[in-house]
Design a protein around this ligand. Structure first.
Ligand code: NAG
Length: 295
């Protein structure tokens, strides 16, 4: 080969490299621009939802909640939910469905906080998701109700830290106040679940939910312990006349610093049921297909 030919090959090679250099990164840039646009549009959606919810009427919990739900209908896309039925008063647990084939759904778990003498939800959940593990926290031994058939009983009260608190417990169909030693949630998760990552949680503990739910929010005690809960179906108990504790909690989950957005809300007796979805954690987003749903 002649010298000039080498130079030509070399020139073609250099030219190809230059072309590839511009093509390859530019296609990456496009996808990251797409991702940024999707992220920005998500934030706009959340922000409209949060503003709408936070500015609802605060005269009582019922009116506040009605507005809260209508904001969801106005600002979030219509989605399919999974429902699990409770025995009592047609109560339902409401969740976004798990994407079973997703790697984020591996080792999926369902945590019931407060078994409360009823295992119908867990029966239905086990049928829908036999691959997931079920755990139930219950401080009152007579409220375990055959839960062992579906999952693991965690025979403690759960708290933000180890302490003794006055809990309302169901006992033989009645509610009684009792001082109970509770164990910090991260310790119970480590010991029984072996992980601080929870796909599904439901909480119904007669007023003790407020402290736990607040502590799970970004920057608070349980969040700082590395606990991640993807979805929480919560029963917020209305034990004061104006329902201010319900309103405060619903607001706390709707503010901008919250890693959750509320996706479903309905009244239940004097209480409010709300499903909160963690929209920040990437594994949660993947496990419940939030990108595809448009949440
Ligand atoms: C709570 O108590 C348990 C058992 O005594 C202990 O292992 C754990 O470290 C305590 N947790 C906290 C947060 O103090």
């Amino acid at each position: 080969m002649k010298h000039a030919q080498y130079i030509r090959y070399f020139a073609v090679f250099v030219f190809s490299c230059v072309v590839l250099y511009f093509i390859i990164p530019s296609s990456n840039n496009v996808s990251s621009v797409d991702q940024e646009a999707a992220y920005a549009s998500r934030l706009t959606k959340y922000s409209a939802l949060r503003t709408c919810q936070l500015n609802g009427p605060t005269t009582n919990a019922k009116e506040f909640a009605e507005n809260y739900q209508s904001c969801i209908e106005k600002h979030l896309p219509k989605t399919n939910f999974e429902y699990f039925n409770m025995g009592r008063f047609h109560e339902k647990k409401v969740f976004l469905p798990l994407v079973k084939e997703s790697s984020a759904a591996q080792n999926c778990n369902f945590l019931t906080i407060g078994i409360g003498g009823d295992v119908l939800v867990e029966t239905e959940f086990k049928l829908a998701h036999p691959e997931c593990k079920i755990f139930g926290v219950e401080a009152s031994p007579d409220q375990v109700a055959g839960f062992e058939e579906f999952g693991t009983v965690i025979p403690y009260g759960v708290g933000v830290k180890n302490e003794t608190i006055n809990l309302v417990l169901r006992k033989a169909g009645k509610y009684v106040h009792k001082d109970v030693e509770v164990v910090a949630m991260q310790n119970l998760l480590d010991r029984y679940l072996g992980t601080r990552f929870v796909h599904y949680a439901t909480i119904d503990i007669e007023g003790a939910e407020y402290a736990i739910l607040k502590a799970l929010l970004s920057g608070n005690a349980l969040y700082n312990e590395g606990i991640v809960v993807c979805q929480i179906d919560a029963e917020l108990h209305g034990f004061n006349a104006d329902g201010s504790n319900i309103i405060d909690l619903m607001k706390a989950y709707a503010v901008e610093t919250s890693q959750y957005i509320p996706v479903a809300n309905s009244p239940f007796l004097t209480h409010q049921k709300v499903t909160f979805v963690n929209v920040e954690n990437e594994r949660c987003r993947e496990a419940f297909n939030l990108d595809t749903i448009g949440i």
